[in-house]
Design a protein around this ligand. Structure first.
Ligand code: NAP
Length: 272
């Protein structure tokens, strides 16, 4: 039986850049939601280092302006666009303006998220709905606005920021766990639906990361002890530790990676 093996790259392919750094994001534009601070900001900076042009979104205009100014000061090509990712009309208008005024979005990172904890038996409906809206429905709304262009161009990378709570839960976070569990399946559904258009949709699932969202938890001694004991790495993670995975999933290196959730959690989900 003869086995066909891909030939070595030709010198012409090397010269044309076909074989250059598969992780480079040079020439690509990335839109990152909720990027005024925390994980979104760190991912934006990391994608910028890898060569991407950046469009930052946040719902807080002052925070967004500061984030844009900081990254511009570091030499990146950055624009900001303030909109609420839960407002469908706002999302459609804003994405259209970005694509018309700045250029097409090659990579989208659905990062915006919130936590509103409460015991489930007394959880107010508004808390349930707000968390579902920001952590789940927004990914549908923003992706729907962006994907038409990707389908036309036959190329696109979409990353959803998932969570350990796609898989496991704790008391008082049922709204968040339901939203992130839904986001995991939305990620897979989008991957399956758009793979034929050469669009890859994957999830990045952070473990416990120090940010404003987890700020109050990091200083609660008991919770801090619990997280350090539960995480095989024995510590909280930092936002910058998610960058490599986001760059990978945004890059040519991930052209055949689709519908996966990649957990970056210091080993937590692997441990009993
Ligand atoms: P963060 O520091 O609170 O940053 C989230 C950003 O999103 C904030 O600037 C927030 O603004 C913004 N945002 C909220 N609602 C928005 C909306 N409707 N439209 C646009 N922007 C909005 O949180 P983070 O810790 O970086 O979390 C980022 C993502 O990672 C979230 O999806 C979160 O669920 C996920 N995650 C975090 C951890 C962790 O340990 N930190 C672990 C797993 C997953 P406001 O502050 O005004 O709300």
């Amino acid at each position: 039986m003869s086995v066909k093996v891909d030939p070595m790259p030709s010198s012409r392919a090397v010269a044309s850049g076909e074989c250059s750094d598969p992780f480079s994001l040079r020439g690509r534009r990335a839109l990152i939601t909720g990027a005024g601070q925390g994980i979104g900001f760190a991912l934006a900076r990391g994608l910028g280092v890898a060569g991407a042009e950046l469009v930052l979104n946040d719902v807080d205009p002052v925070r967004l302006e500061q984030a844009v100014a900081t990254l511009r000061g570091e030499g990146f090509t950055v624009n900001g666009r303030c909109f609420d990712v839960t407002n469908g009309a706002d999302v459609e208008r804003s994405v259209a303006e970005v694509e018309r005024g700045i250029g097409p979005v090659d990579s989208l990172i659905n990062n915006a998220g919130i936590h509103r904890r409460a015991p489930l038996e007394t959880m107010p409906t508004e808390r349930w709905q707000a968390v579902l809206d920001v952590n789940l429905t927004s990914a549908f709304l923003v992706t729907r606005a962006v994907v038409g262009g990707m389908i036309r161009r036959r190329a696109g990378k979409i990353i959803t920021i998932c969570s350990l709570n796609c898989e496991v839960s704790r008391p008082t976070i049922a709204n968040y766990a339901a939203a992130k569990g839904g986001l995991k399946m939305l990620t897979r559904a989008m991957a399956v639906e758009w793979a034929r258009h050469n669009i890859q949709v994957n999830g990045l699932g952070p473990g416990y990361i120090r940010t404003a969202m987890t700020g109050t938890l990091t200083i609660e001694a008991e919770f801090d002890r619990l997280i350090c004991a539960r995480t095989p790495a024995g510590r909280w993670g930092e936002s910058r530790e998610l960058v490599g995975t986001a760059v990978f999933l945004s890059s040519r290196a991930a052209d055949f990676v689709n519908g996966q959730i990649l957990y970056v959690d210091g080993g937590l989900l692997a441990a009993l």
